[in-house]
Design a protein around this ligand. Structure first.
Ligand code: ATP
Length: 279
């Protein structure tokens, strides 16, 4: 369980807090999607979850962030890393070795995983990400999308109880993005891993998230199941979050009194809903 209570943070260099009054409870095994306009504070929230705040960025920290009973302010970063595996937005800054296999091995060896488990974990993580063929490649020679997959594989190999990923599909094509989300959802379902993903594509998040969080100017504007959040497509647009056109269309029909169902997340759901409207 993750409990963020009345959390605010001001970077030493910023004039005012960049996130304020954040209250969020995330049960174990939940799939949480976070989105919001550029600069709204999404990455800052992920830094609070993976311990980078307060351990690497100096600033004013108020409130508390407690992960599986660990208050991130009371423990060292390594303790947080044992529980939270994270993939940051700039994956290049995350790599510590030059070969794909070494990168996945690095974390396992650092975490003291028994030798006889290591090969199985490396192979499984690479296979899960569909990159077994990249095992011996030099990381700097990979495409942006391939690098993202290596970064995710390195974290999956560690079997963290919580996964925090900041725009993990930014460099991926739609099919690979879907495959990564499928995999994350499988980890949540089968291993009870709590997954927190920052993502620009609200349609993709809505398809997978149990809880969709919208951040606006450092505050949580909505935190609810996706269909409930999508009901507010006009307000979302005003704060820089564009819903799929199918969502906006069905919301307009609801406003006109022509549709009474839940907000739709995609064209397929809109098609079904329209059948009802036209019946
Ligand atoms: N290390 C830092 N020092 C000072 N200010 C920072 C730092 N990192 C981020 N900020 C500021 O905090 C605010 C929120 O940034 P953050 O990166 O958390 O937002 P974001 O929603 O993730 O943005 P994006 O979608 O563009 O990645 C921005 O005004 C940003 O300039």
């Amino acid at each position: 369980m993750i409990e963020i209570s009345n959390f605010s943070f001001k970077y030493r260099e910023s004039d005012q807090p960049v996130v304020s009054g954040i209250d969020l409870t995330i049960p174990d095994g939940a799939f949480v999607g976070i989105t919001g306009a550029a600069g709204s504070g999404k990455s800052t929230l992920t830094y609070a979850l993976n311990g980078i705040i307060p351990h690497c960025y100096p600033g004013d920290f108020y409130g508390s962030v407690v992960i599986d009973g660990l208050d991130t302010c009371d423990v060292v970063l390594t303790d947080v890393s044992q529980v939270v595996g994270s993939v940051c937005q700039d994956v290049d800054s995350q790599f510590v070795t030059s070969i794909v296999e070494d990168e996945v091995l690095y974390g396992l060896e650092n975490f003291g995983v028994p030798r006889d488990e290591i090969e199985g974990r490396v192979s499984r993580a690479l296979a899960d990400m569909g990159i077994s063929d990249l095992r011996d490649r030099v990381i700097s020679s990979l495409s942006g999308g391939q690098k993202q997959k290596v970064a995710i594989a390195s974290i999956l190999a560690l079997n963290p109880r919580v996964l925090v990923l900041d725009e993990p599909t930014a460099e991926l094509d739609p099919a690979s993005s879907q495959a990564v989300f499928d995999l994350l959802a499988r980890y949540a379902r089968e291993h009870g891993t709590t997954v927190v993903v920052v993502e620009q594509k609200i349609a993709l998040l809505s398809q997978y998230a149990d809880l969709l969080v919208i951040v606006d100017e450092g505050r949580i504007r909505f935190a609810d199941e996706p269909a409930k959040v999508l009901e507010h497509s006009d307000e979302l647009k005003r704060i820089g979050v564009n819903c799929p056109r199918s969502t906006t269309l069905m919301n307009r029909l609801r406003a006109e009194g022509l549709y009474g169902g839940a907000s739709v997340r995609n064209v397929r759901e809109a098609r079904e809903a329209l059948k009802e409207v036209l019946a």
